[in-house]
Design a protein around this ligand. Structure first.
Ligand SMILES: [Fe+2]
Length: 245
């Protein structure tokens, strides 16, 4: 999508003269532009330094009962914000400060050794969480449709088999980490990553993420990670997942 949003600027103020209908078009174009930029920032990690905490597209309570408001608020304003703060501190006054999270995570080997691990952990935390918030929605749940549904069936046998394998990956992720549906060379795959490691560093395109750090579920589900994973399926935004391919 990179750069596509610029096409929304291809109009002149004079095009709108004093005609009310033209003014309405200007407003609609502006709204489209803002939505596109917002999507680009959150979805494609076009997050220039300084990193900032993204605004969620829904209220903290909007995903209840699957994900409770208290956990969502602390997860977003404390944990995600913490990664934002540390990522900014680690890369401050370095040449990497102007790069996107995707650029950074795809070239970790080029970072100075003394900041490589802290960058992987904290820029990864920023990037993973920004993506995760978009994978869930109060309008989510159900099943994927269209080409994504076909690809999942072709790869895993059925949607139910896919859910079973993804759930197993998320449940079996040792300690803190993530479960992912990813794509490489037009092939779907389920993987797990440890801590805040990103599939971008492994050359994957991300389609779906599930945060299985305890901070994502402990307040509501205590140690019952499986219950949290089962509830996750109620809020998956399949339209967002399909749009990542
Ligand atoms: Fe998290």
């Amino acid at each position: 999508m990179g750069g596509d949003w610029k096409k929304h600027f291809r109009f002149r103020i004079s095009d709108f003269s004093h005609h009310p209908r033209s003014c309405k078009r200007l407003v609609l174009k502006s709204i489209t532009l803002l939505k596109t930029i917002d999507s680009e920032l959150l979805t494609n990690n076009f997050l220039p330094m300084t990193f900032q905490l993204p605004t969620l597209n829904y209220d903290y309570s909007a995903l209840e009962p699957s994900m409770d408001a208290k956990t969502m608020k602390i997860h977003h304003t404390k944990h995600h914000q913490g990664y934002v703060n540390k990522a900014n501190a680690v890369l401050k006054e370095t040449e990497w400060a102007e790069k996107t999270t995707a650029d950074i995570l795809s070239h970790l080997e080029d970072l100075p050794p003394d900041i490589r691990v802290a960058t992987k952990d904290n820029v990864g935390g920023v990037c993973n969480h920004s993506f995760f918030w978009n994978c869930i929605s109060p309008d989510g749940g159900g099943k994927p449709t269209g080409e994504l549904a076909t690809a999942i069936t072709d790869t895993f046998g059925s949607f139910e088999q896919f859910k079973k394998q993804f759930t197993a990956a998320a449940t079996g992720q040792f300690g803190s980490g993530w479960a992912w549906l990813v794509e490489k060379d037009e092939k779907l795959e389920i993987i797990g990553t440890t801590n805040q490691d990103s599939p971008l560093a492994l050359g994957y395109k991300r389609l779906l993420a599930l945060d299985v750090w305890e901070h994502a579920y402990y307040l509501n589900y205590q140690n019952r990670r499986l219950d949290y994973i089962n509830a996750f399926w109620n809020v998956v935004d399949w339209d967002f997942v399909a749009a990542q391919r």
